[in-house]
Design a protein. Structure first.
Length: 297
């Protein structure tokens, strides 16, 4: 592993969906998430983090130092127990309490093991408090990389599409014609904007998030939908990643000033956007503060 990053970053992700559901709301029948006041679509940070985790897991295949902590059908305690075994303590309550009294730095050793082995902990952080009934846990790690909720540039109009189901499973299904009908929600087109933050200070002090990790993160963001295609999600693509790099660990300017230099507007004469080409994306680099550079990927 290389040393922790030394520069603060902010970034903006522009991604779009065509005839799909980018992030269904289970409390609304899986309808695409929407801001009821503005009509703009919403995609949660958790949704995008899942895509990033899945990409890293796909390309690294549990390579040492790049495993994924939060993954489907794998109990968190299974990974936590590895940390316990690594530092040489037993996982029963009595032994753990005794070991903690002997070694006050035991919690720190556990956190270092988790950060060193799991990419998503090193990146996003994690709350690892499920360890052996709470007697000893791997602690809470605040990750240097944070994402905001994504919001569509324009209001979206979700559509409910009725579909027919030809495949039936039982003879009763064959008799009940209603079972051959179904429905799904789609967004005909939506361009979404997500803003993110990377703290070099937390990378150095907390998780050791490195330059190698940063390069992998950029690659994962740009390709997070490429191995996640499904009929339900339609056509989803990352269109652009705009990165602001500060010359220092703590940064040269407030994040909002950098995000305000990015303008996403519909082209003149476009009333109903149906493609990324219907928009113009500009970055006013002349308005960037001294000590901040912009890169468009």
């Amino acid at each position: 592993m290389s040393e922790a990053i030394k520069n603060r970053y902010e970034f903006t992700i522009l991604f779009d969906v065509e005839n799909g559901n980018p992030n269904g709301d289970p409390d609304a029948g899986n309808m695409p998430r929407i801001d009821p006041e503005s009509g703009c679509g919403i995609v949660t940070d958790v949704c995008l983090k899942r895509k990033i985790r899945n990409y890293v897991e796909t390309v690294k295949e549990d390579e040492s130092g790049y495993r994924i902590y939060i993954k489907e059908n794998v109990p968190l305690n299974t990974s936590d127990a590895e940390a316990c075994a690594y530092v040489g303590v037993k996982s029963d309550d009595k032994s753990l309490k005794a070991e903690k009294k002997k070694d006050p730095a035991l919690d720190q050793k556990l956190r270092e093991f988790m950060c060193g082995n799991f990419f998503d902990i090193r990146t996003f952080g994690a709350v690892m408090t499920t360890f052996v009934k709470g007697a000893l846990n791997c602690g809470q790690v605040r990750g240097p990389v944070q994402l905001s909720f994504s919001k569509s540039v324009d209001p979206i109009l979700p559509q409910e599409v009725t579909i027919t189901r030809l495949a039936i499973t039982t003879e009763k299904d064959a008799e009940d014609k209603k079972n051959t009908m179904g429905n799904k929600f789609i967004v005909p087109y939506g361009l979404y904007r997500c803003e993110g933050y990377i703290s070099a200070n937390l990378a150095r002090k907390a998780t050791g998030f490195s330059e190698d990790d940063l390069a992998l993160l950029w690659k994962a963001i740009l390709n997070m939908f490429e191995h996640d295609h499904s009929a339900a999600r339609g056509k989803m693509s990352v269109r652009e990643l705009i990165v602001f790099k500060h010359d220092s660990e703590l940064g040269e300017a407030p994040a909002y000033r950098l995000f305000e230099t990015i303008t996403v507007k519909r082209k003149e004469g476009v009333t109903t956007p149906r493609a990324y080409s219907d928009y113009v994306v500009t970055v006013d680099e002349s308005a960037l503060p001294q000590g901040v550079a912009c890169q468009r990927m």
